[in-house]
Design a protein around this ligand. Structure first.
Ligand SMILES: *Cc1c(COP(=O)(O)O)cnc(C)c1O
Length: 347
């Protein structure tokens, strides 16, 4: 049987990026490529974004940003927000990577590394607006900003941004978070900071809540065509990838296809979703380790292509629609697809 393959479309990614940018202007898009661009390939996605004129890439971790620095134009801004080890901070400074800084201790380590290297760190300071995962507590904000600005005066950093992350659980919570965010920006400006960039929204809030957008929006999911679970379809946005398998065996009532749980397909999808076949949508009736069963269609043949998830052209569902049947999210369906499944890139 042919191995399964994740077929990924550059044109579709570019069109989704264009739809997001049109919707958020004058805010600028930062394409988030964490988790290898949700399994699609961070380098590939960043290059497509660069081609489209996107000026910011968000990676989560420093090593990915450093890797991308070598693959992208010098002017591309790379933002890494994971609290990182000292050697990673040094690599970020050498490679002109902007750092998201969410604790006073991490700020001290960034300042120490910059001082040691004679470099100037580009810092985006994170205010905790309620998620309590990472971020300077509002009570410590003023002091931390003034500490950062002292380091800026010594040439060790530039405080270029203020950012946060929203829970996106309810509008009320996000409104309260936004209030905290705006006062943090005001406090920083009152200290004399020249804040170039503010950013706090990811896909859902970016799309739905124009009033919460900063100068930048950090969007991953919607650019890859992954809508929110139980959320609406989105104008101009469609999945960029299709998981393909091929038919290995045919009986009267069932065909077997070349993808299974070892490839990352959750076995709990068994009996719950249809896949796209040359005969249209057919129920996925069983998921084994390396193959799965699908209800047969007339004239099914060995070698036929089956669309496990994708944009619906053959009756298959989207990754998010699969996820909804098992109380998950589309991102998880995509990131579970193992690296043994080849990514093939089309226009
Ligand atoms: C994942 C992430 C994003 C992007 O979220 P999407 O829902 O994929 O758009 C933005 N900011 C941070 C801090 C994140 O971790």
């Amino acid at each position: 049987m042919k191995h399964p393959e994740l077929r990924v479309s550059a044109g579709r990614l570019a069109r989704n990026i264009a739809a997001v940018r049109a919707r958020v202007a004058p805010s600028e898009l930062m394409l988030v490529v964490k988790d290898d661009a949700y399994g699609h390939g961070a380098t590939w996605a960043s290059q497509v974004a660069q081609e489209a004129g996107v000026a910011w890439i968000g990676t989560y971790d420093v090593p990915t940003a450093v890797h991308l620095r070598a693959e992208l134009d010098d002017g591309m801004r790379l933002f890494a927000w994971a609290t990182s080890a000292d050697d990673e901070i040094a690599a970020a400074l050498k490679n002109d990577v902007d750092l998201g800084v969410g604790t006073a201790a991490y700020l001290d380590r960034v300042i120490a590394a910059a001082t040691r290297l004679g470099a100037r760190a580009r810092v985006h300071l994170k205010i905790d607006t309620g998620l309590h995962r990472n971020g300077i507590a509002p009570g410590d904000w003023s002091q931390t900003v003034s500490h950062a600005l002292q380091a800026q005066a010594r040439g060790a950093l530039s405080l270029v941004g203020v950012w946060s992350h929203l829970a996106e659980a309810s509008d009320e919570e996000d409104d309260a978070a936004y209030g905290l965010f705006i006062s943090a920006v005001e406090i920083a400006r009152a200290h004399g900071a020249q804040i170039e960039h503010t950013h706090l929204t990811a896909s859902a809030a970016t799309w739905e809540r124009a009033e919460l957008r900063g100068s930048l929006v950090r969007v991953g999911a919607f650019c890859y065509g992954v809508r929110s679970a139980d959320g609406p379809e989105l104008d101009g946005i469609a999945p960029i990838s299709t998981l393909m398998a091929s038919v290995g065996e045919v009986t009267d009532s069932t065909v077997s296809i070349s993808v299974g749980s070892l490839d990352g397909l959750p076995s709990t999808l068994s009996g719950r979703v249809e896949v796209g076949t040359p005969g249209g949508a057919r129920l996925l009736t069983g998921i084994g380790l390396t193959s799965s069963r699908v209800d047969a269609w007339p004239d099914a043949r060995i070698g036929d292509e089956v669309f496990v998830f994708g944009s619906g052209t053959h009756g298959e569902r989207s990754a998010t629609s699969l996820a909804e049947t098992i109380d998950s999210v589309g991102e998880e369906i995509l990131t579970r697809i193992t690296s043994y499944v080849a990514r093939t890139y089309t226009d």
